[in-house]
Design a protein around this ligand. Structure first.
Ligand code: BEZ
Ligand code: FE
Length: 307
């Protein structure tokens, strides 16, 4: 027997429209648009893939465990967005480099903010560790090449064994993190150790997913930067130092050709780098900023794991 009661679900075909109708009174137009689109696509995805109840429960447990595995030193939610390519898609949609500014790359889950202020040339390797010395320098400029003085160059990287300091009890606080300021000609410079590629954390639900998908968890070697200056759009990027294969296989799709650095190997004394012996590397990389309003990300982590 049919029913004449409108607004009640009779079959799977009714669900999406009835849910969308319940959003009608949302007064914030952007929230209304986003939620309507989210539900439309989510329901279309469910109707297409037709998960079983068991699969649906497992997926909800997986999402909940992203939160349970997020703490002061690990942000599993950011990591999940990264390995699904969402972070890189958001990044490139909002920062396409179209005006000639340096290409951006995703922030990643290991930016903790509050890095110590450093003087030009300072060494950010605060812990004793094996690794080839790296001399990194360049200029911060406008699109037309005019130097930007007083720009902030916030740097962080993994150690030569592939851990950020917050992941590794053997490293000192803020090891391989520092904040520099460009000089009157836009120059910045620091000393560090050559980074290596590393696996993203795989001891949580993101690792479970990567294993289930038979994906390699590796990121190519890189150094992270946030470059900012008054009157300019903040640049969040990474400078890469790795093989083409490692760049292509980046598990979070962050590598781009325009931000591959030229890491030059030096095997003997070099007058440009006095006082350094043995093998070392140098990299010169200029950053071009576009005019705009500086904005700063909220750090995804705050430090080491709390006891
Ligand atoms: C990183 O480069 O620090 C990173 C980015 C995405 C996921 C994990 C690590
Ligand atoms: Fe990184």
């Amino acid at each position: 027997m049919g029913t004449k009661l409108d607004g009640l679900i009779k079959s799977e075909k009714d669900v999406t429209q009835i849910v969308l109708s319940s959003f009608e009174d949302t007064s914030d137009p952007r929230l209304k648009e986003i939620m309507a689109s989210l539900v439309t696509h989510l329901h279309a995805f469910l109707l297409e893939t037709r998960p079983t109840e068991k699969e649906f429960e497992a997926s909800l447990r997986w999402i909940a465990s992203l939160g349970h595995n997020t703490n002061s030193a690990n942000n599993e939610v950011v990591l999940a967005a990264d390995v699904l390519g969402a972070s890189t898609l958001i990044d490139i949609m909002n920062n396409d480099g179209g005006k000639g500014e340096t290409m951006s790359a995703l922030l990643g889950p290991f930016y903790r903010g509050g890095a110590p202020d450093c003087e030009a040339g300072d060494d950010i390797a605060r812990s004793a560790q094996a690794g080839d010395p790296l001399f990194f320098s360049g200029r911060v400029m406008d699109l037309d090449g005019t130097p930007i003085a007083g720009a902030s160059v916030d740097v962080w990287q993994a150690s030569p064994v592939g851990f950020y300091e917050n992941q590794d009890a053997t490293q000192d606080d803020f090891n391989l993190r520092g904040k520099f300021t460009s000089d009157a000609e836009g120059h910045y410079s620091f000393r560090s150790v050559k980074p290596s590629g590393y696996p993203v954390p795989t001891d949580g639900p993101v690792g479970d997913l990567l294993r289930a998908q038979e994906r390699r968890p590796f990121r190519p070697a890189h150094v992270h930067f946030i470059v900012s200056a008054p009157g300019h759009k903040t640049l969040i990027t990474q400078v890469f130092s790795d093989s083409h294969k490692a760049l292509v296989e980046d598990v979070v799709f962050g590598a781009k050709e325009a931000i591959i650095g030229d890491f030059i190997s030096h095997t003997g004394p070099d007058p440009d780098y006095p006082g350094i012996e043995g093998e070392f590397y140098s990299c010169k990389f200029d950053f071009k900023l576009v005019e705009g309003t500086p904005t700063f990300p909220i750090p995804p982590i705050s430090g080491k794991v709390e006891d």
